[in-house]
Design a protein around this ligand. Structure first.
Ligand code: 9MJ
Length: 680
């Protein structure tokens, strides 16, 4: 929007109007969180203002929104002496400390009545002082030692939610506003992600990021950092006055365009302070910024004055700290745990440390990529983080404290529980044990899978019962299931003699199965029913499947290199083979896979069918067997490769998907008619 030159007075008017509009939009966006225009409309206003200021440089003032960043880097920060010292706060670590504080306040004030307190979150940021003269931001300073801080004016000017010019006109001529500059969590995450992508150093936490950003001598760097500020008290007040209560002062600050924490509440007495603390503890993890406690302040300034100070801390306020969420301790060892599904995870054994309200002596390290990322060695001093109810995490090692005898963390070549080989899929962070059938860490899962409906279908064997068998040491491998006696089973919780007899019978019945169910039941990674069936159709016999190499296995329909390697690894584990032999010894058997009779019709050869819904004239398994006999491959989900969907009653999403993909849908009646035609 380039315009021709205009009369200076017109330019002046437009410049002022643009500045007012931009300031108003800034306030709505950064302070009220309620923007009224799009980012691009905002950019247009800003560009027009810059253009006019370039044409009329005499019109540029320090308060212009174009002037938030601009000056050349400083060589050092100047020192600022605080006219009124900036106080620190005493701490309370529990409710007793809070009650003691309240009692001291009431004793000193000589009134036993409950005192009015303003409660506010304690931000974990950088305390700063802003000085406004005639509504203009003239200075920003850090707290420093409370008497002298650093002049960070150029940097605070870059923070969008800090007004360069106060709104309204009833502010004191000289007004000092104090508060905390912080980096919201989201901005911190983004900043670190960017740093990671560029291989730059990441910040340890939002507080350090905020401090590092404010300490920049080049304010152009600060301007790029997502900083924010909440104001929490006044300082110097000249040529005007503030309300007589703390919370009312903060309300006025808001009217003047300053940001104030929306969680501020005024309450009566210590009990209500403790309730506020409990509420905020719940809310803490969901807040968009980090806090490390709650500050209670006597709300009446007249009472604050009567209470006065001790050393550098006021007697009228106290910071009630949450238990620290990060502590340092020593990494004593790393052990490897095998999960129910065979995933092997490194676990840190720590010198016990009190963090996040509990004593922590173990922390997960997730996987070896994480160990490498953290650069951990055994013997390191590490920082442990525990927030809310989440599991404790090791977040970093303090390299400067590394002892000379620190040891590397070595991943085991074999499963630490059963000594089977360990595998790792390409692109996957987790290592896994391949001794699925044998490994005691995976025992319960293996047994549940083997006896499940789609595998050996053992009637009446629930998960709880399997847990008991394993915990009591009666069942070590799936084969042991078939050796259980009625006496042993009736000794389990909620098992009478009758149900025990039923289970023994059901186990006996389940011994007669199919090779495909048996293969599926072994629980080889990524071998589902369809793959098990393909293996059987291809190899016909168990021994042939056992002997197949990864390369050969890929000749089977639907078996790619990853599944093939899972299968080969599984059958190379001596322990798994022992369990399979035992299963055959206890009597698991199946019919030899019938070669299709010479000339037998396979009208569905090459077709892929899916079954869904409930069938009336047969079970789903029977339907599946018929389809397979007719030469079809039966899979579990509808895709573009599906030839037809056999849909029973109450068919759901698979039917919709088939219709969407234009896959042929066959009803049970149609199917039975076709069977009549095919003579099956
Ligand atoms: C923080 N850090 O959030 C005070 N603070 O008041 C709040 N700090 C404070 N108040 C007087 N909310 C001295 C420090």
């Amino acid at each position: 929007m380039t315009q021709t030159s205009m009369f200076p007075q017109d330019a002046e008017q437009e410049i002022q109007s643009l500045r007012d509009q931009i300031n108003d939009h800034n306030h709505r966006y950064y302070v009220q969180d309620d923007p009224e225009i799009t980012d691009s409309a905002y950019d247009r206003l800003m560009n027009r203002l810059k253009e006019l200021e370039t044409e009329h440089p005499d019109q540029i003032t320090a308060e212009s929104p174009t002037q938030r960043v601009g000056a050349a880097p400083l060589s050092a920060f100047g020192q600022i002496r605080h006219e009124l010292p900036m106080l620190s706060l005493d701490n309370a670590f529990n409710e007793d400390d809070l009650n003691d504080f309240d009692r001291r306040v009431r004793d000193r004030l000589g009134n036993a009545e409950s005192v009015e307190y303003a409660c506010e979150p304690k931000l974990d940021g950088i305390a700063v002082s802003l000085l406004y003269e005639n509504g203009r931001l003239v200075r920003g300073a850090t707290r420093g030692d409370g008497s002298t801080g650093e002049d960070i004016t150029m940097n605070v000017r870059t923070i969008p939610s800090i007004p360069l010019q106060l709104v309204g006109s009833d502010w004191p001529e000289r007004l000092e506003v104090r508060g905390e500059i912080f980096m919201p969590r989201a901005g911190f995450e983004k900043l670190n992600q960017r740093a990671k992508a560029r291989d730059e150093k990441v910040f340890v936490n939002p507080r350090n990021a905020a401090a590092g950003s404010l300490r920049q001598l080049d304010s152009r760097v600060t301007a790029k950092r997502p900083l924010d500020m909440y104001c929490y008290s006044g300082g110097i007040v000249e040529g005007g006055s503030l309300p007589t209560k703390h919370a009312d002062i903060l309300e006025r600050f808001k009217d003047w365009g300053l940001r104030v924490n929306p969680e501020l509440r005024v309450v009566q007495g210590a009990k209500a302070c403790a309730d506020y603390f409990a509420r905020m503890s719940e809310k803490r993890d969901g807040l968009p910024y980090e806090i490390d406690g709650i500050v209670y302040k006597v709300n009446e300034l007249a009472l604050q004055e009567r209470l006065g100070f001790v050393a550098r801390a006021p007697r009228w306020a106290i910071a009630h700290k949450f238990p620290a969420q990060e502590e340092m301790t020593i990494l004593k060892d790393v052990e490897f745990q095998v999960g129910r599904t065979g995933a092997i995870t490194p676990v840190a054994r720590l010198q016990p440390v009190f963090v996040g309200g509990v004593t922590v002596s173990n922390a997960t390290l997730h996987n070896m990529d994480e160990v490498a990322r953290l650069g951990l060695k055994i013997g390191d001093t590490v920082v442990v983080h525990r927030a809310g109810d989440v599991i404790p995490k090791v977040v970093r090692a303090v390299e400067s404290k590394r002892p000379d005898d620190a040891r590397d963390i070595e991943f085991p070549d074999t499963c630490p529980v059963c000594d089977s080989e360990v595998e790792r899929d390409e692109g996957e962070a987790a290592f896994r044990c391949t001794g699925g059938l044998f490994c005691s860490a995976q025992r319960k899962e293996a047994i549940k899978h083997f006896s499940a409906r789609k595998a050996l279908d053992v009637d009446g064997l629930g998960d709880k019962l399997v847990d008991q068998f394993v915990e009591k040491g009666l069942v070590k491998t799936v084969a042991d299931l078939f050796k259980l006696t009625v006496e042993q089973i009736s000794g389990m919780e909620r098992m009478g003699k009758k149900s025990a007899t039923n289970l023994v019978n059901a186990l006996e019945v389940s011994k007669k199965t199919t090779l495909a169910r048996f293969i599926y039941g072994l629980g080889i990674r990524e071998v589902g029913e369809a793959t098990a069936q393909s293996l059987v159709s291809h190899y016909k016999e168990l021994d042939a499947i056992k002997a197949a190499t990864t390369e050969q296995l890929q000749e089977v329909d639907d078996v790619g290199p990853i599944v093939a390697s899972h299968i080969e690894k599984f059958f190379r584990q001596e322990h798994n083979l022992e369990v399979i032999d035992e299963l055959l010894t206890v009597g698991i058997h199946w019919e030899q896979e019938a070669e299709p009779e010479e000339g037998a019709e396979q009208p569905l050869e090459g077709e892929v069918w899916v079954l869904t819904g409930s069938l009336q004239s047969m079970t789903r398994d029977e339907g599946k067997a018929i389809l397979q006999q007719l030469g079809a491959k039966v899979t579990g989900s509808v895709s573009a490769k599906t030839t037809a969907l056999l849909a029973g009653e109450k068919a759901g999403s698979k039917l919709t998907k088939a219709q969407n993909l234009g896959v042929r849908v066959v009803t049970e009646d149609d199917f039975n008619e076709l069977r009549a035609e095919w003579g099956i």
